[in-house]
Design a binder for this molecule. Structure first.
Ligand code: IPE
Ligand code: IPE
Ligand code: MG
Length: 247
């Protein structure tokens, strides 16, 4: 029988040493569309299909936390039509996928300031969060109007407020207690961060949380990102020696 190369790759993964938390900067939609002389929104639409695929694959692999960067605090600089298109796609994604996500016992969470997200999209996001709040198989954590610096500053402000109210003493502020002031208070730091599209930067993603995260960069554009690329990233990750400052 002929062997399927994707299956062969998947079988190379050590299921006992999976990363618990994978984070992905989903980049390259615009360039994917440009190469095909299509509008940028067509790239975002294709990118949304990859979100559907990768959520499925990650959950089948038993990944516990998947963080996806969907819209940054800097992405408001883009033309209004592109932003509107992205918000509409987000709604479309939830309408298409929420049933399946819920059936697969996946919990949807977001990080970022949702108050700036247009009402029509915020309503759908809230519905997705409420519907899936008790699910336990995997957390799908979506960065929406998310910025790492914004997250840290918000955390500091709310910490200062708690100090002023006497809820916490300055002496009690440490890495353990500060974590509670971040969007990710309930989830562990990413073990593996994947950035496709050829850019070798972090673009303000999870700045506080990636202190000891392993990075996997690739030239693949997000709309071309397939399950085998996720497997390659995990296999690479499993070859690394994580020392966390030790020997
Ligand atoms: C990522 O693709 C999607 C978002 C940032 C929302 P881009 O739109 O950044 O695609 P490129 O980087 O222009 O190719
Ligand atoms: C990062 O991609 C943000 C998201 C994927 C949502 P960008 O395309 O905005 O990042 P830069 O501008 O190339 O750094
Ligand atoms: Mg980009």
């Amino acid at each position: 029988m002929e062997r399927n190369p994707v299956t062969e790759l998947r079988e190379k993964i050590d299921m006992d040493r999976l990363p618990s938390h994978i984070a992905i900067i989903m980049d390259g939609n615009g360039r994917w569309a440009k190469k095909r002389l299509l509008p940028r929104t067509a790239g975002h639409r294709e990118g949304m299909k990859r979100v559907i695929d990768i959520v499925q694959v990650a959950s089948e692999l038993n990944i516990k936390y998947l963080s996806l960067y969907a819209f940054s605090t800097e992405n408001w600089k883009r033309p209004k039509e592109e932003i509107d298109g992205l918000m509409k796609l987000l709604v479309e994604y939830i309408r298409i996928e929420l049933d399946r996500i819920h059936r697969n016992n996946i919990k949807i969470q977001t990080m970022g300031d949702l108050s700036k997200i247009p009402e029509f999209a915020r309503k759908e996001i809230k519905r997705a969060i409420d519907t899936t709040q008790n699910n336990t198989k995997m957390v799908l954590n979506i960065g929406l109007n998310y910025g790492g610096r914004d997250e840290i500053i918000r955390g500091i402000k709310s910490l200062l407020e708690d100090i002023r109210m006497g809820k916490i003493n300055i002496e009690e502020v440490d890495e353990g207690s500060f974590k509670n002031y971040l969007y990710t208070k309930d989830i562990p730091d990413p073990d593996l961060l994947i950035r496709p599209s050829g850019e070798l930067r972090i673009s303000n993603f999870m700045l506080y949380q990636i202190a000891y995260t392993e990075f996997w960069f690739s030239d693949i554009l997000w709309p071309d990102f397939k399950e085998e690329h996720l497997y390659m990233a995990i296999i690479d990750y499993q070859r690394r020696n994580r020392r966390f400052g030790g020997i």
